[in-house]
Design a binder for this molecule. Structure first.
Ligand SMILES: NC(=O)c1ccc[n+]([C@@H]2O[C@H](COP(=O)([O-])OP(=O)(O)OC[C@H]3O[C@@H](n4cnc5c(N)ncnc54)[C@H](O)[C@@H]3O)[C@@H](O)[C@H]2O)c1
Length: 323
């Protein structure tokens, strides 16, 4: 889909990060937007930014509260899009919402593990199910599913377990790859792409913490402090000697660094994604780090979870992740 003007785009997780930047750039290209999120305040800010960027005439930007892990919410969202945009079709679907957490099968609760998995995988699956009828009715359509480098490399380093997120992101990648053939055979006017970002500067660390804790508050609960202490200890630091205040400071610092010290900004990521959609590329790697990891995992898959492999990547792409 080379020309996006006049199209209707649905974005899940439009409240911050890449979802917000996709909304802004799509509006600038002349698309109407329907976004969902669990944060009304963040969506209101995205909408304000879209309008401040000068809204082309006749475009609609609508916001909808929906938890993508809940199929009833996603179905209601699709119904609201039809009603508020006065249409039975959409052209672009960005299944973008996602969170981290639930890294360990042993240390973390089943509830936390499944919250991450159900948002990252369930959100893509329910989103595709709910909006497929509206894509089928359009003259052309494009489904854009956000996976991650963790969709082909299940690691953020050898000292941090990362099971729920990786399992979900592998599922998103596998599903989207299999959709290539399904769509080609059964709905050739619809394309789809899997997006695999490296480290992108967003608030995903602080947002994930809040969503897992079920709060919008910036203060950490005793349970979260204990979890952060265990994470720091897993990295070889004697965390028992650290005060609660020090643990909170390190957690805040980690979220800030994730946002500020990333090699790629959310706006740059959105540009790469939209360029990929226009070029109808089915695999969209986002960032130099993602490209390097893709090549290295293919070149030496047996080495992918060894310390040397991670250190080589971190050094060569300039990652400053960790604690
Ligand atoms: N930032 C990165 O480095 C990175 C790397 C690879 C992949 N990703 C993926 O990119 C996507 C966008 O993440 P981001 O980095 O822009 O993060 P972000 O936290 O800035 O944005 C994600 C948005 O999704 C929303 N959201 C979370 N759970 C939701 C739910 N259950 N229902 C509805 N909305 C929900 C959040 O409120 C937030 O507004 C995610 O799927 C993430 O896993 C991010």
């Amino acid at each position: 889909m080379k020309d996006l003007a006049g199209r209707i785009a649905v974005i899940t997780g439009g409240g911050t990060g890449m979802g917000r930047e996709l909304a802004r750039q799509l509006v600038a290209e002349g698309c109407s937007i329907a976004m969902c999120d669990i944060s009304a305040a963040n969506m209101a800010e995205t909408k304000r930014l879209c309008e401040a960027d000068r809204l082309p005439q006749g475009l609609r930007i609508t916001t909808h509260i929906a938890d993508v892990a809940n199929e009833d919410d996603v179905k209601r969202f699709a119904g609201e899009v039809a009603r508020d945009h006065d249409t039975d079709k959409i052209h672009l679907l960005f299944n973008n919402a996602g969170i981290g957490g639930g890294g360990s099968m042993i240390v973390h609760s089943r509830e936390e593990w499944e919250r991450t998995f159900n948002i990252c995988w369930g959100g893509v699956y329910y989103g595709t199910r709910a909006f497929l009828p509206m894509l089928l009715k359009a003259d052309r359509g494009h489904i854009v599913n956000t996976s991650s480098v963790n969709g082909f490399w299940a690691s953020v380093g050898p000292s941090i377990p990362h099971t729920a997120y990786s399992a979900a992101k592998f599922a998103v990648k596998g599903f989207t790859e299999a959709l290539q053939t399904d769509l080609r055979l059964n709905a050739p006017h619809i394309k789809c792409s899997v997006v695999m970002p490296g480290h992108i500067g967003t608030s995903i660390v602080s947002n994930s913490r809040k969503i897992q804790a079920g709060t919008q508050a910036d203060t950490m609960t005793a349970h979260e402090i204990a979890q952060m202490r265990a994470r720091i200890a897993s990295m070889g630091v004697d965390a028992s000697k650290l005060s609660d205040e020090e643990i909170v400071r390190r957690a805040t610092d980690r979220a800030r660094k994730f946002l500020d010290e990333a090699p790629t900004t959310a706006a740059q990521a959105a540009r790469i994604i939209l360029d990929g959609v226009k070029a109808e590329r089915w695999r969209i790697l986002v960032g130099h780090d993602a490209e390097v990891i893709d090549q290295r995992v293919r070149a030496a898959p047996e080495q992918a979870y060894e310390l040397d492999f991670f250190q080589g990547i971190a050094k060569d792409v300039g990652w400053k992740l960790g604690n």
